[in-house]
Design a protein around this ligand. Structure first.
Ligand SMILES: Nc1ncnc2c1ncn2[C@@H]1O[C@H](COP(=O)(O)OP(=O)(O)OP(=O)(O)O)[C@@H](O)[C@H]1O
Length: 587
């Protein structure tokens, strides 16, 4: 075969090679560099030829190869940032070294791919570890529904091994009775995740199957996670049970709580017991309650009982004595005010009692004393369950239960047009009338004993009541009702020098008919002049409406009202012009 190629032809062939070829002469100057080498080195062959090889390829070892006269193969080196494998060969002519050739292969891409392969491999290992480590059972099926693998947790959960599952179609598994239904099948059909709860082997399992899509958007895998929620369900049931128990205890607690004030309401009277039953009953609903009865019969006590027995028990019980707050302050007391609403208003503004009672109960004591002009505003609040602070525009929604009380005859007041009829109806949803003590004399002895025990303990005595005293107290009419009885016992306990409290210790003069007695019962029974006289006398002694009220066994607001009624001015009574009771201006 005649196949003699010229040097140029050989060089052309080398130029065409996908391997880089660099030839240097004895001095190390580049005499040939093919296209591939030029590309890797980053310089044109023309520019490279004639240059010293170490200037163009600083990492070259061709000079060393020539010096040692020994070829090298498969050496890794970096050329212009590219990783190459190189073979170096010494060129000899007649046994003399005349130059060297380097042939190299760019392996950068290969390196990159193998690095990627390594990372994919380690990722696979990680996923394998995760697949096996998760507590949920996992089943992996392909796009057709054939099981690729199941993890250890799934095998533990179902008792079915990987081998039994692997390679089988889910339909086959259903047929063979391994599973009752397949979620993977549904996911493949619908192309969306799917969840269900199954009972298998007596265990409650939560199954969640999700599809895995390829680049084209076709399902390539379905992963089904199976979680044993038997324990969770048990816990849920236990939680529900303990919540129900807690509610029961709460109710019981409320009931006991409600009984607490009941215990302090001392009574032997069937009528009062009935009223208490009624109060406990209406406590459960939010309807307005109107408690009627003379001063000191226990209206306040009953209002508190209703609150404490209601579902509002843990919220505020706000009480206002409508007769004890000066009329000009009542509105702001009730509704509050915004900052700077009027001269003297606090900078921050102030919430009113309606707001303070949010969620709880507002007790309007002595509601009959509410000034007419305020009645309409209170009506609006009670009716609409909304208020606006004085000087404000914001509507505040109310969630307040209203209990009102009075010792006045509201019906008569309505007839006389001193109390608004609409407000009366609004408040009088459930009326509870507490009879005076004289109409339930069976309560007097137990109450007296209770108060005796209370004040004995308060003052550290061990006194007792003589039977005559009990009889006397029982026969007495008690215009100031329980409050008066309480004060009378306290006075007797502290003033009586003997341990046996006998009739001498009482200012109640012994008499057969209580009505004839010359004592504070006059306040109720005697003519107005005597009542006036009694108040004047008591005030002269006490110098205060509060103490006068205490001494007479009536409320402070009643004293103030009666003083107004009889035109009793403080100056008439005491020389000292300064009233000690700064709450009231007595004309
Ligand atoms: N049944 C009772 N058992 C024990 N204490 C009672 C009873 N009834 C009333 N009291 C006591 O008598 C006093 C007066 O009761 P309360 O303030 O409830 O009467 P009121 O009708 O609201 O009086 P007012 O109309 O003057 O406001 C309170 O100290 C209260 O604790």
């Amino acid at each position: 075969m005649d196949f003699n190629l010229s040097t140029e032809e050989w060089l052309n062939i080398l130029d065409f090679s996908r391997n880089g070829v660099v030839v240097v002469d004895r001095e190390g100057r580049i005499v040939f560099m093919n296209q591939t080498a030029a590309k890797v080195v980053g310089i044109s062959s023309e520019a490279a030829i004639g240059c010293r090889v170490e200037e163009i390829i600083p990492s070259t070892a061709l000079l060393e190869v020539m010096k040692k006269g020994k070829n090298q193969s498969r050496q890794k080196m970096m050329v212009n940032g590219n990783m190459v494998f190189t073979d170096r060969m010494v060129l000899r002519k007649k046994g003399k070294v005349v130059g060297a050739v380097g042939i190299f292969q760019d392996i950068s891409e290969l390196e990159k791919s193998s690095a990627e392969l390594e990372s994919v491999k380690s990722m696979c290992k990680e996923l394998d570890a995760i697949f096996e480590a998760v507590a949920d059972g996992l089943v992996l099926v392909d796009e057709k529904g054939c099981v690729l693998r199941v993890n250890q947790a799934y095998q533990n959960l179902t008792g079915i091994t990987n081998e039994e599952y692997r390679g089988k179609h889910v339909h086959e598994l259903i047929k063979e009775g391994y599973i009752g239904r397949s979620l993977s099948d549904k996911v493949i059909q619908r192309k969306t995740p799917y969840s269900a709860i199954d009972i298998r082997n007596g265990k409650e399992l939560l199954l969640t199957a999700i599809p895995v899509f390829n680049e084209e958007g076709d399902i390539m895998r379905v992963v089904t996670a199976t979680r044993d929620i038997t324990e969770l369900s048990d816990l849920k049931n236990k939680l529900a049970e303990s919540e129900a128990a807690r509610d029961r205890y709460l109710q019981e607690l409320k009931r006991l709580h409600a009984q607490l004030p009941y215990k302090f309401i001392i009574t032997n009277s069937p009528t009062i017991k009935q009223k208490i039953e009624l109060a406990l009953h209406v406590a459960q609903v939010d309807s307005n309650v109107l408690i009627l009865g003379e001063s000191g019969v226990g209206k306040d006590l009953l209002a508190r009982l209703i609150h404490r027995s209601s579902k509002r028990a843990l919220k505020s019980f706000i009480e206002i004595n409508c007769g004890a707050v000066p009329a000009n302050l009542l509105e702001s007391e009730f509704f509050g005010y915004e900052a700077g609403a009027f001269t003297g208003a606090s900078k921050e503004g102030k919430p009113g009692l309606f707001e303070l009672a949010q969620g709880g109960t507002l007790f309007l004591d002595e509601v009959g004393d509410l000034p007419l002009e305020l009645q309409v505003k209170v009506l609006r609040a009670v009716q609409n369950k909304q208020i606006t602070r004085i000087g404000g525009t914001k509507i505040i929604n109310l969630n307040v239960r209203i209990i009102a009380a009075t010792n006045r005859d509201l019906e008569k007041m309505v007839a006389e047009r001193t109390f608004r009829q609409d407000l009366y109806y609004r408040l009088n949803v459930v009326p509870i009338v507490l009879p005076p003590l004289r109409e339930r004399r069976e309560d007097i002895a137990p109450l007296a004993k209770e108060f005796l025990a209370k004040f004995n303990s308060k003052y550290g005595y061990q006194k007792w009541l003589h039977q005559d005293v009990i009889t006397r107290l029982t026969n007495y009419d008690w215009p100031g009702n329980v409050r008066e009885l309480e004060n009378t016992i306290e006075r007797a306990v502290v003033t009586c020098r003997n341990d046996c409290i006998n009739l001498d210790c009482f200012s109640l003069a012994p008499c057969d008919e209580p009505a004839k007695c010359r004592d504070i019962s006059m306040l109720k029974q005697n003519k107005a002049e005597e009542e006036k006289q009694l108040i004047v006398e008591t005030y002269r002694r006490t110098h205060s409406t509060r103490k006068t009220a205490q001494a007479l066994g009536i409320s402070q607001s009643s004293v103030v009202k009666k003083m107004k009624k009889y035109g009793i001015s403080e100056n008439h009574i005491v020389d000292d012009a300064m009233s000690r009771d700064s709450n009231y201006v007595i004309e």
